[in-house]
Write a protein that binds this ligand. Structure first.
Ligand code: BGC
Length: 740
């Protein structure tokens, strides 16, 4: 039964995600829905409600531990048990404070962070990610995963850029939807966060975000909307900050009007930790559960204060029932009540490590490869210098916020050792030290601070050792970038500089060994222009999960042909980036998103600014040509779907995967538009010398803009150019269609 569900869901993922159904039944166009919240338990829920005391009901509306809400034992209602988060199931936290519970059975698989998953541009892998993680969550006997985190990457400096998916709403939703479906296929619920307009850490506790309506609809909400309407996520997390003057956990417009009334959301809204500020208002405006950080749980806004408010007649018990009913509904849905066949799950299994490996290996992005420096040719190679603190740095834990306690995190150095024969000598040198200025390291929990200040002077002895290693080796690989202490929740970075003196180190290494490859391990853009100009080969990896080091070694050695593409723009200069160019980051008490819809590449392309690396960019060890691009028709009605076919030819010598990206443009538009917008993509595997024809479908309604006057999505008639490229700046074919 379980298998059947998974197969159906996988098919729905492929269809929902623009993936051509690879089955024999190529003509199948029907989209199978994800499982929505069932109404079949309603009578049973009413019965339970009629037996509950007011105190028991209130107990379900707030944390009774750091990661659970109260149950009602005598009625068989369990606690609702939650766990972070985006990188895998977080270790068990104590019931009443943030320290680890000290369990020995909470080791989990560490999955690649959001940026890495998106860089795969592979919806099937997003399903795998969710499904694998859902199994781990069940093995830990939890009901809700506080994930996925899908806020738009508005500024490259954002502390959570590594955790989030993309700067683009389309890629964001196409990764989020299958992930949620995969997760919820395991009798657990996703908690999609942080709803919404939470795009910076600076002042996140109070900053009031102002976004114009069109931008909100076109950029910041689509992935959340798809998470609700297409993936049927059962819960949503309200964000910390304010939106248009009202905290997001008590924001009538966002929670009642948009989420519930417009999108038909029937699930539960959970607060971010300590993001609730009122009692009656928060409930009336759409929140269901208050979670928080240490204080007595009955001091929460939705605990004793709520009982007092009911007694004072400020809110009725009937209104409380609405929230309790929703929570019960989700508990029934995930079989936490009333079922004996709930998925049991499994955790930290070899199969899950292999899921993490598959994702990691498709996430790695090849940024530069002059003179075929990569893959490494081992003939005649006797020694390799492995340089840099990041060769051994682990990132499953670190920084502020959720990480994963894992028994397996293969570092880059271990990956190379695993994959290289021991006849090749590895000369390891740490090269740079990860050091911070103590006074600016910040206190955990101080979320108004700027990010850590690094010490960027190289240690002379470490530098000398690294230079010696590079001199005495046939090839040098420098592992640089950042880590999860430097990129972290609760603060934004101060600038794009490579930390810890890495730039100087790399220049000195290249000077003594021209055969130097640079690998950057990071979750967000950095200024790597000087490095790019110095080296022949540049590879980008991520906080890439338990198997990250093995995947990286396989890419460096050519066992895996890289196929990752950047999910955001890497600017040359932070001031080129839209939020910074418009001087609208981070704001003070208020931040107005002055760039409007021109987020990410939309800004760079429209303003004709050259990025360092464009959105969607990534090389391969082979080359691809696009041939024969055509649409099924020349003109379409508003309710139709455009099918674009293109033949991808592998013109190189090795098998590889290419991501065909489809951008649309309307140069004669009567409204302000971005120069181009991503509206479809497909990853395709093509053997050397062979061709594959793929087709990408775009429902015409995807071409709509949000018309503020009519409050409707509106498709402007006329001509549209469909641009097929291997990145946003490498368009290979164009086709024009007419919309009637
Ligand atoms: C984060 C959430 C997280 C929660 C619980 C908050 O600080 O913003 O993403 O789920 O903590 O750890």
């Amino acid at each position: 039964m379980k298998n059947k569900i998974i197969t159906l869901s996988l098919l729905s993922v492929m269809l929902l995600s623009g993936y051509e159904a690879q089955s024999q039944n190529k003509k199948q166009t029907k989209t199978l829905p994800a499982k929505s919240l069932s109404t079949k338990y309603d009578a049973e829920i009413d019965k339970l409600l009629s037996k509950m005391t007011l105190e028991e009901k209130i107990g379900m509306l707030h944390g009774n531990s750091m990661f659970s809400t109260g149950g009602v034992k005598r009625l068989g209602i369990p606690e609702l048990k939650m766990a972070d988060g985006p990188l895998g199931v977080r270790e068990e936290i104590s019931r009443d404070n943030w320290s680890a519970a000290g369990w020995d059975n909470d080791f989990a698989t560490y999955y690649p962070a959001g940026g890495g998953l998106s860089a795969t541009w592979n919806a099937e892998l997003a399903y795998t990610f969710g499904n694998s993680l859902g199994q781990e969550l069940r093995a830990r006997e939890k009901d809700m995963l506080l994930s996925p985190a899908i806020n738009i990457v508005r500024t490259p400096l954002g502390g959570r850029t590594y955790e989030y998916m993309s700067e683009d709403p389309f890629l964001n939703k196409k990764i989020a939807v299958p992930l949620i479906i995969g997760l919820q296929d395991n009798d657990v619920m996703a908690c999609v966060k942080h709803f919404a307009a939470n795009n910076q850490e600076t002042n996140r506790d109070f900053v009031d975000v102002q976004i114009d309506e069109r931008t909100l609809r076109e950029i910041y909400l689509p992935a959340f909307e798809a998470a609700i309407k297409d993936a049927h996520a059962y819960s949503v997390m309200g964000a910390y900050n304010k939106f248009r003057g009202e905290y997001l956990c008590e924001n009538d417009y966002m929670l009642n009007k948009i989420l519930r009334d417009e999108w038909g959301f029937k699930g539960i809204v959970v607060s971010d930790w300590a993001a609730v500020h009122t009692t009656v208002k928060t409930l009336k405006n759409g929140l269901d559960i208050e979670m928080g950080t240490p204080k007595a749980f009955n001091d929460f806004f939705l605990a004793d204060k709520l009982i007092a408010a009911i007694k004072a007649g400020e809110i009725s018990e009937a209104e409380i029932n609405i929230h309790v009913r929703r929570i019960l509904k989700t508990l029934f849905q995930v079989k936490a009540i009333g079922a004996s066949d709930r998925a049991k799950g499994s955790i930290a299994t070899e199969a899950h490590y292999q899921d993490a490996y598959k994702i990691a290996s498709e996430a790695i992005v090849l940024l530069k490869n002059e003179n075929n420096a990569l893959p490494l040719k081992l003939d005649g190679i006797k020694s390799i210098a492995v340089i840099g603190n990041n060769a051994t740095k682990k990132n499953a834990l670190g920084g502020f916020g959720a990480g994963v306690k894992t028994k397996r995190e293969i570092t880059p150095l271990e990956g190379l050792k695993n994959r290289l024969s021991n006849t090749i000598k590895i000369n390891y040198a740490e090269g740079y030290l990860e050091r911070y200025e103590v006074k600016n390291k910040g206190n955990l929990g101080d979320i108004t601070m700027n990010g850590p200040v690094t010490i960027d002077q190289l240690d002379p002895a470490k530098l000398e050792e690294a230079i010696e290693a590079a001199k005495n080796s046939d090839v040098a690989i420098v592992f640089a970038g950042s880590n999860r202490d430097y990129e972290t929740e609760a603060s934004d970075r101060r600038n794009l500089n490579l930390p810890f003196g890495q730039e100087e180190l790399i220049k000195k290494i290249v000077a003594v060994n021209p055969k130097t490859i640079v690998v950057l391990i990071a979750g967000a853009p950095f200024d790597i222009e000087a490095i790019k100009n110095k080296t022949n080969a540049l590879v980008w990896s991520w906080f890439n999960g338990s198997e990250g080091g093995n995947a990286l070694a396989d890419v460096l050695l050519g066992t895996v042909n890289p196929s990752g593409k950047l999910p955001w723009t890497m600017p040359k200069n932070i001031m080129d980036s839209p939020a910074h160019a418009t001087n609208s980051f981070p704001g003070d008490k208020t931040v107005s998103y002055a760039e409007g819809i021109l987020v990410g590449y939309r800004w760079f392309d429209t303003k004709k600014i050259e990025p360092l690396y464009p959105f969607g960019y990534g090389l391969s060890y082979t080359t691809f040509a696009f041939e024969n691009a055509k649409t099924d028709k020349k003109s379409y009605a508003a309710n139709e779907t455009i099918t674009v076919a293109v033949t991808v030819k592998n013109t190189g010598k090795v098998d590889g995967k290419e991501v065909v990206q489809l951008y649309t443009a309307k140069s004669d538009s009567k409204i302000t538009r971005a120069a181009q917008e991503l509206k479809g993509f497909q990853k395709v595997s093509v053997a050397a010398g062979k061709s594959q024809t793929i087709s990408i479908t775009i429902p015409v309604k995807e071409l709509a803009y949000y018309n503020v006057a009519t409050k409707k999505w509106t498709v402007e008639p006329g001509n549209y150019t469909l641009k097929l490229g291997s990145s946003s700046r490498d368009i290979k074919k164009e086709v024009t269609v007419t919309i009637k």
